[in-house]
Design a protein around this ligand. Structure first.
Ligand code: PNW
Length: 492
């Protein structure tokens, strides 16, 4: 494990900055208008670093629709959502938000929010309908149009290459990520995209969330392709996922224009200390390293942890030293999707030095049952990444929450639960930036309600309410909140 960001340096940064972050309490009496702070003069204790990149995020299958247009091939999500019983109400992404046709209006929604960046994903089967073989330039053209529209409106494009819509043909021929050929095809696709888009797209993420698409899709069978793998087959699939990431990094480096930055968007399992004693904090760091052993840890360290290999035993993945080199190809930044956390405590009796502390039944969560409201996650997540792996540039590539949004009489959605959630998380994120943790930007999930995978359209995560029958988008209260945060570069 490399430790260039030494404990002492970290403590120094943390110590000096914490003085500056003492919260100023507002005066009780209303000050005269001349003394009130304007939109750009928020209290320093609520301010984010200058140049902080505020953005929103979506993903291709969740918003685009137009699944048969301009030569797009089928993806595993088309197959899965069309299999009865797999998605709530048998919903599909056939139309979704029709973003493929309505993208110009959606860019205007972003402009009205004031976001500086938009994180979207490229549908692999639009670009290579069979996953490999001949490219489909008409499919790539959609992203040319989208990128041009974003840039014309002053919004930086951040593109993800894989947000789960694997070409069905790769699933049929190679077992999807069970097969090493899929990793190779992913590298080739990455190289192709790099040579066509990096004249304008300066930030590329390889893969979104191994922790979700492999664990939920290949282990639990709840997402596409709906498999329930165990043992060696599962570990090998995980290995092919990170190998695909590494091959893509290499292909991007070989084909991208100078100045392109490459990273990942992983929903790292964040271990947070039950409370902040040095023993619990050390346990949480160690736990974060072990709990992400198959994904972010091997990507950052170029080796699987001893504990992971020992626990896997005969089921440990088969790999070569060359694989590990590819997997750990250096990144320019680390993107982490932060929703929730796992609490841990120090435990000397455990061989790893930590013990997980499960959430009690009464622990508050969003309508998505996995989404426990734990604002600490967005403090500890980036802090662990900086400390464990010396990451110099970190993005929060997703954060947000579902809510049982319902339009009020006036047609607006007053999602005070989402506003409270976001404010709590951003308060913790600000704590991280104030302590010198190098978080450069934040992408709120999501710009608008969309196809929430196996939950179909029943769970809404958007800043904009979408009426799917009319495709009308209406800003929620949380959109007003986010606009204010962006305008002030500070908490409100
Ligand atoms: C992420 N979990 O998924 C995805 O990147 C998005 O596509 C998705 O819409 C968003 O978060 C909200 O769900 C996750 O079970 C799905 O911990 C499940 C989990 C985490 C993230």
């Amino acid at each position: 494990m490399s430790k260039k960001f030494s404990r002492r340096t970290f403590a120094k940064i943390a110590g000096s900055a914490s003085l500056a972050s003492v919260v100023e309490l507002p005066a009780l009496a209303t000050p005269p208008a001349s003394q009130t702070r304007t939109a750009t003069q928020s209290s320093p204790a609520r301010q984010f670093p200058r140049g902080f990149i505020w953005g929103t995020a979506t993903a291709s299958y969740q918003v685009e629709g137009a699944v048969k247009e301009d030569g797009r091939g089928p993806s595993i999500w088309d197959t899965f959502s069309h299999t009865p019983g797999k998605v709530v109400n048998n919903a599909t992404g056939d139309i979704a938000n029709d973003h493929y046709h309505l993208y110009k209006g959606d860019v205007q929604l972003m402009k009205a929010l004031g976001v500086k960046a938009y994180r979207f994903s490229i549908a692999w089967p639009r670009v290579f309908p069979n996953g490999d073989g001949p490219a489909n330039p008409k499919g790539l053209d959609f992203y040319n149009r989208l990128v041009d529209e974003l840039l014309a409106n002053g919004i930086q494009p951040f593109a993800t290459l894989y947000h789960w819509d694997l070409p069905q043909s790769l699933q049929d021929r190679f077992g999807g990520w069970e097969g090493r050929d899929t990793s190779k095809a992913f590298g080739d696709y990455a190289g192709y995209v790099a040579s066509h888009l990096t004249d304008r797209v300066k930030h590329i993420f390889t893969i979104n969330e191994f922790g979700a698409f492999i664990e939920v899709g290949y282990r639990r069978g709840v997402h596409a392709p709906g498999l329930k793998l165990t043992g060696l087959r599962l570990n090998q699939t995980r290995h092919h996922g990170v190998l695909g990431h590494g091959l893509a990094v290499q292909a991007l480096r070989a084909n991208a224009k100078r100045g392109t930055k490459i990273g990942i968007a992983e929903n790292i399992t964040v271990a947070a200390p039950v409370f902040e004693t040095s023993a619990h904090i050390a346990a949480a760091e160690q736990a974060t390293r072990e709990m992400n052993a198959q994904y972010l840890t091997v990507i950052q360290e170029g080796k699987y942890t001893d504990w992971y290999l020992k626990s896997a035993g005969a089921d440990a993945p088969k790999f070569t030293a060359e694989d590990l080199k590819i997997i750990s190809s250096p990144l320019d930044f680390v993107g982490i999707n932060i929703y929730t956390t796992q609490f841990v405590r120090a435990d000397e009796s455990s061989p790893t030095g930590f013990a997980q502390v499960p959430h009690p039944k009464s622990f508050p969560h969003a309508p998505s049952p996995w989404l426990f409201v734990t604002p600490d996650a967005i403090y500890w997540g980036p802090r662990h990444v900086a400390k464990l792996w010396c990451a110099k540039e970190i993005y929060i590539t997703e954060n947000g929450c579902s809510s049982s949004d319902e339009p009020a009489q006036d047609g607006r959605v007053y999602d005070t639960d989402r506003v409270t959630y976001l404010r709590s998380y951003l308060t913790q994120l600000r704590r991280a930036t104030a302590e010198g943790v190098p978080v450069r930007g934040y992408f709120l999930w999501s710009l608008m309600d969309n196809f929430e995978w196996a939950d179909g359209y029943t769970n809404r995560f958007g800043l904009h309410y979408v009426d799917y029958a009319s495709q009308k988008r209406t800003p929620k209260l949380s959109a007003d909140f986010y606009r204010e945060v962006i305008a002030r570069n500070a908490l409100v």
